[in-house]
Design a protein around this ligand. Structure first.
Ligand SMILES: [Zn+2]
Length: 139
């Protein structure tokens, strides 16, 4: 990918009252997830009730910003034409250190990308928004 991602003309994420704290944190370069005050499980994506115990006790907390690549795909035909200059790019399932899985852009940075690769949070300006990308963790 040779394009500057900040120059892409792509639609940003859709915010709701439920997801607004997540996107506000990402805009500040932070990753937050929810944790259930009743059963202690970490939760992502943002929800109103815990999917593990159905308690109405989810609260936001800072995530460690570390994970492992569960699966990934190289995108050659994006769903929106604004992404065409960035093709091919990688999208992957990130298993966060806290447990939940997050779909994210994977920035290879010239590194080998493989299932099981250690990842770190890499907030990146793409178009008009900062998106919660991940990159291969350097040792
Ligand atoms: Zn719970």
């Amino acid at each position: 990918m040779t394009v500057d991602l900040a120059d892409l003309d792509v639609p940003g994420p859709t915010e709701t009252a439920l997801t607004q704290p997540f996107w506000a944190a990402v805009e500040e370069g932070r990753l937050v997830i929810q944790r259930c005050g009743a059963c202690g499980e970490a939760v992502f994506y943002p929800r109103a009730v815990c999917p593990h115990c159905w308690a109405d006790a989810l609260a936001w907390e800072e995530a460690r910003g570390q994970g492992r690549l569960k699966s990934f795909s190289e995108i050659w035909k994006p769903g929106h034409s604004g992404w065409i200059p960035a093709t091919p790019y990688l999208v992957g399932l990130v298993e966060l250190a806290e447990g939940p899985t997050m779909l994210s852009h994977i920035l290879s940075g010239g590194q080998e990308v493989y299932v099981g690769a250690p990842l770190v949070f890499a907030p990146t300006r793409i178009g008009r928004r900062v998106l919660p990308c991940f990159k291969i963790k350097q040792d």
